[in-house]
Ligand binder design. Structure first.
Ligand SMILES: Cc1cc2nc3c(=O)[nH]c(=O)nc-3n(C[C@H](O)[C@H](O)[C@H](O)COP(=O)(O)OP(=O)(O)OC[C@H]3O[C@@H](n4cnc5c(N)ncnc54)[C@H](O)[C@@H]3O)c2cc1C
Length: 367
């Protein structure tokens, strides 16, 4: 029986734990201290097809990541889990310059050839859009895609960990290489997955590594509205005020992208109010909504905004992923699955050569 440790139980670590827990010859322990976790603060939009990023490797990962949810949710459903934390209720894209909507529509049509999940596409006027999302205003036309989805990251992680029945230790830990294996806490492990998001450097820097991952603070506010929003599409405008409606009347508004705040987790009322002020003219119903709380999380970014995964150079049996940025709920499950496959030397869909960890994690001195 091989002992595997996973440090970090965000979307990446929890998905890896879920897939590894299916293997009878592995004993899995997950360590997570949970503070600042991006996954539980995330807005939850799964809709990567409209991005203008030129990074082809990223786009491949993101579109396959959106597709991967279909398999993951089917697996969870087979294990008897409710999967009501994920819904494909569509997405609305708003443009300040609405003449750009045709261009976006053409791009989406092309991308639908590889990603049928995008679903139906239409440029809609306000009256048609209001049949899906009553009360939304401040635009003449928008682009609709029926396959856009939303997920509650925290509920997904809870579901993955519960289904896995792995041992969960809620502690901040470090890693000590031994002659054979790795010490984490009181125990020694054969294999290790570092799924620590923005905190990857905390474990690797003391071992002589330079880690190109920087933190970005993100905040959003949740509201309670007295109508069921289950079938409402997600609204993605240009700017930060995405609206993410959930069943039961929860509506999230956000999120901020704050680059100079380090790992700060305090709620900034001023920024949240500014976001609300921008959103209000588009959705005046917000004035009647009750704020039900704020969420703050830390995203992980590399200097070229690319995510990476693979074996940590020079540490045999240790695998890591980070740099998922603002699309990590989309790419996290497929990355977690790949880490689980790597640990077992099994087949991969995404080639790690295109997401090279060695570009971001470098040994600069021996311990
Ligand atoms: C406000 C906000 C909105 C977002 N919205 C979206 C969105 O709409 N769509 C989308 O696709 N993505 C979104 N994202 C991005 C997405 O949430 C992240 O990219 C993704 O969740 C990262 O997952 P992760 O597992 O890599 O890291 P995290 O979720 O950050 O998990 C890392 C975990 O490791 C733990 N950890 C770290 N160090 C240690 C240690 N030494 N010991 C023990 N535990 C440790 C941390 O406490 C944490 O729980 C958003 C992010 C934020 C912050």
């Amino acid at each position: 029986m091989k002992k595997v440790a996973i440090i970090g139980a965000g979307i990446v670590g929890a998905t890896a734990a879920y897939y590894l827990s299916k293997e009878a010859d592995l004993e899995i322990t997950v360590f997570d201290h949970g503070q600042g976790q991006a996954t539980k603060a995330a807005a939850g939009i799964i809709s990567p097809w409209f991005s203008k990023r030129r990074n082809k490797a990223w786009y491949k990962m993101a579109r396959l990541g959106a597709d991967f949810y279909v398999d993951l949710l089917a697996d969870l459903e087979k294990s008897g889990q409710e999967i009501d934390f994920y819904q494909r209720s569509g997405v609305f894209l708003l443009k300040k310059d609405e003449s750009k909507l045709e261009e976006l529509y053409e791009l989406a049509l092309q991308r639908r050839e590889d990603s049928p999940l995008i679903g139906q596409l239409a440029i809609m006027d306000q009256a048609s859009a209001n049949e899906f999302f009553p009360g939304l205003q401040g635009f003449d036309r928008l682009l609709y895609a029926s396959g856009g989805a939303r997920v509650d990251g925290q509920l997904l992680v809870t579901c993955l960990l519960e289904t896995s029945q792995v041992k969960l230790v809620k502690e901040k830990v470090s890693l000590t290489p031994l002659t054979s294996g790795y010490q984490i806490g009181e125990d020694v492990f054969d294999r290790v997955i570092l799924a620590m998001g923005a905190w990857l450097g905390d474990v690797l820097e003391p071992l002589g590594y330079e880690v190109d991952v920087r933190p970005q603070k993100g905040q959003l506010r949740d509201y309670q509205i007295y109508q069921d929003l289950e079938s409402y599409p997600v609204v993605m405008p240009e700017g930060e005020w995405d609206l993410i409606p959930f069943a039961g009347g929860k509506l999230s508004l956000g999120a901020t992208h704050e680059n100079d705040m380090g790992f700060d987790l305090t709620v900034d009322e001023t920024l949240l109010q500014q976001m609300e002020d921008v959103a209000l003219p588009h959705y005046p119903t917000l004035t009647e909504a009750k704020s039900s709380g704020e969420r703050v999380g830390i995203r992980a970014y590399t200097s070229d905004f690319s995510p990476f995964f693979g074996q940590v150079p020079g540490l045999s049996g240790v695998y890591a992923a980070s740099g998922l940025g603002s699309s990590g709920l989309t790419t996290g499950p497929i990355i977690g699955y790949h880490l689980a496959q790597l640990i077992q030397d099994k087949e991969l869909t995404l080639d790690p050569v295109n997401y090279p960890i060695a570009n971001y994690v470098k040994r600069v001195k021996s311990e």
